[in-house]
Design a protein. Sequence first.
Length: 183
Amino acid sequence: MPLKIENQITLKINFEKLQRHLEAVLEVIPPEHTRGLTKLVVVDQIQEPRLDAKQRAELPGLYHPRMPGSAPWLEVALLPLLPKDSFWKRISGRLSFKPNVTGVMLSLIGQHYHMTLGHGVKKSQYEQAVRAYVEKQFAEFNRRRGGWRAKLFRPFQPYLEKWAKALRKRYDQEARKKAKGAA
């Protein structure tokens, strides 16, 4: 059963375009990872009464686990993803809107997956497991749905990853040397 996407936003956003994007993200995710989820609600701001007001204002998404009498569902808030500060922050927020929505949605699905199907994950390891899940699914989404830039750089990606790994190793060695020198 596909995930039902509900619109509860009052912002001036083209919801049909956003819905197509959310459906494209759901196409990439294996169906067994969303098993049991009933709906994805897109709202302006999270309205969970158990959270304090500051946390509700900054929270971009909320996973509602299964409770007696209700199935698990996801809630994505758009206002925290669209900054209202300066002109440049508003522009950067608009430019990174779709990737931010994708990241929030993948993290919520990752929470659901690891809480219901991910056996062997301790409570202290949930955050790390969800981050790894988001990275993996984001890479798969970009691989499948990437535009001309992704197709252009795909042949170079193994070399770039190898170079990044070498730079990371060199940085860690330098940091160790500096730590030994300071001690």
